[in-house]
Design a protein around this ligand. Structure first.
Ligand code: 5GP
Ligand code: ZN
Length: 114
């Protein structure tokens, strides 16, 4: 499968990793939109949030990803707050078809998003 993030998971393409466990990895976004801009994703390939089917396995995976965000935010000293984003599908702004969460922090965020 020709998936950029699967290649980062396997180590074929390098990335600046900040966290990894048996289920998920996190690394710096190559085009950061904030002083801290990390991507958190499952090791296993899932195309997008829309492909998560509501099984117990999916629920555990989604919970694990959010739990990872919380722990990484503490490690990154984002106690003042941060934003977590999941772009889903073309209209949602998703450009890499491997489920991932953006963790953005280190500056004040604006709303509404673009
Ligand atoms: P999306 O637009 O799908 O929500 O987010 C994809 C993100 O992946 C973008 O923020 C983009 O900058 C980032 N990205 C694209 N290619 C690479 C890469 O090769 N390495 C890293 N670390 N990030 C990438
Ligand atoms: Zn993938």
């Amino acid at each position: 499968m020709d998936c950029l993030f699967c290649k980062i998971v396997s180590g074929e393409i390098p990335a600046r990793k900040v966290f990894e466990d048996e289920v998920a990895i996190a690394f710096h976004d190559i085009h950061p939109q904030a002083p801290v801009h990390l991507l958190i994703l499952p090791r296993k390939h899932v195309a997008s949030l829309a492909q998560m089917g509501g099984t117990d396995e999916d629920k555990i995976l989604l919970g694990h990803l959010l739990d990872s965000v919380i722990r990484i935010a503490v490690e990154q000293r984002l106690a003042n707050g941060y934003r977590t984003v999941i772009n889903t599908g073309k209209a949602g702004g998703q450009t890499v078809d491997h489920l991932h969460l953006h963790l953005l922090g280190g500056r004040a965020m604006e709303w509404p998003p673009g």
